[in-house]
Design a protein around this ligand. Structure first.
Ligand code: CP3
Length: 347
């Protein structure tokens, strides 16, 4: 299989223009996604139906010719596979039967994880077969802290007070949950790689709510541990870390021993990132998803500004967070064009 531009970039090769894919590139902004999505009521059942998951994985690649596909699934399949009750309320996002006491950890079990998630691995094998060899296929998982947020809050939250107070007041029991999740995530990532994923991304979407020392303990350390464990089994698989909204603490995640690339959110300045992060690690990011909604001259100027700052070093073009539902699909096509036509300005 040819490595393709995306994998070669993670491996250190430079191209005249960077590879591009977008977080949440499959989703409700695409009419062809909505058409398939309508055929299954429950979102988790949809994720666990390989034919449908593969179809929506391939849709954005077919439409936009992106350099990578990401398997259609969700980070919350891991708590679901561990035995926690997870469901999605129409228009409201995820809901979980919240953990309120460490005594409940005993009900979570890794034993059934691989069987439960077999449809995800099947979707990966089918997607790999259906993709052109030059298009990379990404697997992914939520990082332990972000999963713990959903598991303890019972869904999304304004301030993450429950999970933070638990972590601060009872670090020993919180650590047990993080460790259990880390082991489950290693199993899940290893199975995705064995099914055909060419690279994997760890989403720590809520890392930014933690102060620095806690960030080290509950986000960075477990993510590095997971990366090392996956690499023990598959030494060459590239792992991308996405610790969202951590600001200058992104410096801690420059860990080439663990991560092939660091995905940066919109809050990180491209100029600072080029100086402080990129000399140490390949970067991915970081267009504001709302620029993609806005389109027009603003999209063109901002995309070129990011490229001028970051495309001289190892770089994968992406958003700073996921594609939003109100994004006009034509804007994505325009973005791909702008990136592929970029030329370094004479300085
Ligand atoms: O294209 C892709 O990126 C692959 C699929 C993917 C989904 N979720 C599909 C999805 C990926 C990589 C995720 C990751 C995910 N899920 C994260 C991490 C990234 C981030 O956004 O920070 C998080 C925090 C979740 C949890 C989650 N799942 C939420 C908060 C929601 C509701 C959001 C919404 O728009 O309603 C989901 C549901 C979900 N996951 C949808 C999709 C396309 C929308 C539900 C639907 O289509 O019915």
């Amino acid at each position: 299989m040819s490595a393709g531009k995306f994998l070669a970039t993670l491996g250190g090769t430079r191209f005249p223009t960077p590879p591009i894919w977008l977080m949440r590139q499959a989703g409700r902004y695409l009419p062809e996604y909505r058409a398939v999505r309508e055929t299954t009521k429950s979102f988790l059942d949809f994720c666990y139906t390989p034919d449908k998951a593969v179809e929506v994985t391939l849709q954005p690649v077919r439409r936009f010719g992106l350099d990578a596909a990401i398997v259609f699934s969700d980070i919350l399949v891991v708590p679901d596979a561990l035995g926690q009750k997870v469901w999605f309320e129409e228009g409201e996002g995820p809901r979980l039967e919240a953990l309120t006491d460490p005594a409940q950890f005993g009900q979570l079990s890794r034993a059934r994880l691989i069987d439960h998630l077999a449809p995800v691995y099947r979707a990966i094998s089918l997607a790999r077969e259906g993709l052109p060899s030059e298009t990379a296929l990404l697997g992914f998982a939520g990082a332990p802290f972000t999963l713990a947020c959903y598991m303890i809050e019972g869904g999304s939250s304004r301030d993450f007070a429950k999970v933070k107070i638990w972590a601060y007041r009872h670090p020993d029991s919180f650590g047990l949950l993080i460790d259990l999740l880390a082991e489950a995530i290693v199993d899940h990532l290893v199975c995705q790689v064995e099914a055909g994923a060419d690279a994997v991304q760890l989403f720590d979407s809520w890392a930014g709510v933690l102060p620095e020392e806690q960030l080290f303990r509950w986000s960075l350390e477990p993510m590095v541990r997971i990366a090392h464990a996956v690499k023990e089994r598959h030494p060459t698989v590239p792992i991308i870390a996405f610790p969202r909204a951590v600001g200058p603490a992104a410096l801690m995640y420059r860990r080439p021993d663990a991560f092939a690339a660091l995905s940066i959110d919109t809050g990180i300045g491209a100029h600072w990132a080029a100086q402080e992060l990129q000399p140490h690690i390949c970067l991915q990011g970081n267009l504001d998803p709302l620029m993609l909604v806005a389109g027009g001259g603003a999209l063109k100027r901002e995309t070129r500004r990011i490229l001028d700052k970051l495309a001289h070093g190892p770089f994968v073009f992406n958003l700073g967070h996921g594609v939003m539902q109100q994004t006009p699909p034509e804007h994505v096509a325009e973005l791909v064009d702008i990136v592929r036509q970029w030329k370094p300005s004479p300085s």
